[in-house]
Ligand binder design. Structure first.
Ligand SMILES: CC(C)(COP(=O)(O)OP(=O)(O)OC[C@H]1O[C@@H](n2cnc3c(N)ncnc32)[C@H](O)[C@@H]1OP(=O)(O)O)[C@@H](O)C(=O)NCCC(=O)NCCS
Length: 245
């Protein structure tokens, strides 16, 4: 089976939509959102193709932590159900990890559901390690006028992913911080605002639930710090550029 691993361009948007629909049939992808996410130069989606059919993808982009550290976020990983178990997932994660290294990130990371064993196994094979702390992911739909801004200092990371335009709230989860984040969500029209709450932090769960956030599930961060010997050029068969067509 001849596989090609290449960085996606906006021309690949419809192939990506079709692949996402196969992998997550109950969450239809929006072609405009996919095209929007592919546009920024920092974003890198890699496609695995077999005889011109898209059979796998991984998307990634950089974010900056509260402490100012650049991280490479492996945001979405999907392989066509008929093509799984052939190490396509592993090779895609290798491509994305190399892209993060080229983007000068200090660490690559992926948030993986605690019960997603296939994904955990795939990323572990590329040298990622699970962080012990389990986190609950909360998200909220758009807020309108219910949350006036509080002016609280917050670390809010706007993101354009293949599936939504939104923001991630990091740092302290106080009532004022959550309210400020919701006010900015309303102002920007973000479809999704997400935050992670460590399992142990009981009072923080109450704050986000009281603000209308819904629990999506339990997750762990999987991380891989970059080291000097991680050479992006050393990733076999992964094409970071792509000639214009
Ligand atoms: C996760 C996913 C991308 C893996 O793709 P893949 O091409 O099959 O991955 P690989 O072939 O590179 O490796 C899969 C590894 O997971 C293991 N695996 C597969 N299914 C598994 C399961 N249900 N439980 C435990 N391990 C599993 C395989 O045995 C293999 O490990 P091994 O080489 O040690 O045997 C694919 O299963 C998928 O698209 N899942 C649905 C989407 C998803 O959950 N994405 C991640 C969240 S965004």
């Amino acid at each position: 089976m001849a596989l090609l691993f290449q960085r996606a361009t906006p021309n690949d948007a419809s192939a990506i939509v079709q692949l996402l629909a196969l992998v997550w049939p109950h969450q239809p992808a929006n072609p405009d959102q996919v095209a929007t996410a592919l546009a920024p130069p920092g974003h890198a989606t890699y496609l695995a193709t077999c005889q011109d059919q898209a059979v796998g993808l991984v998307s990634g982009f950089p974010t900056v932590s509260v402490a100012g550290e650049i991280r490479w976020e492996i945001d979405l990983l999907a392989v066509h159900p008929a093509y799984r178990g052939q190490q396509i997932g592993r090779r895609l994660v290798q491509c994305s990890t190399a892209a993060g290294r080229a983007a000068q990130a200090r660490v690559a990371r992926a948030l993986i559901a605690s019960d997603n064993h296939a994904s955990q196994r795939t990323i572990a094979m590329v040298g990622y390690h699970m962080q012990p702390e389990e986190m609950t992911l909360y998200v909220t739909a758009p807020h309108r006028s219910a949350h006036p801004a509080t002016g609280a200092p917050i670390h809010l990371i706007p993101v354009q992913t293949l599936t939504y335009s939104g923001a991630w709230l990091e740092g302290a989860v106080t009532t004022e911080a959550v309210q400020e984040a919701c006010a900015r969500q309303a102002a920007h029209g973000w479809s999704t605002l997400g935050t992670l709450v460590p399992q142990q932090q009981v009072q923080f769960h109450g704050i986000v639930q009281h603000s209308g956030f819904a629990c999506i599930g339990r997750y762990h961060w999987w991380i891989k710090p970059y080291e000097l010997r991680d050479d992006p050029a050393a990733t076999p068969g992964c094409h970071h550029g792509r000639p214009a067509t």
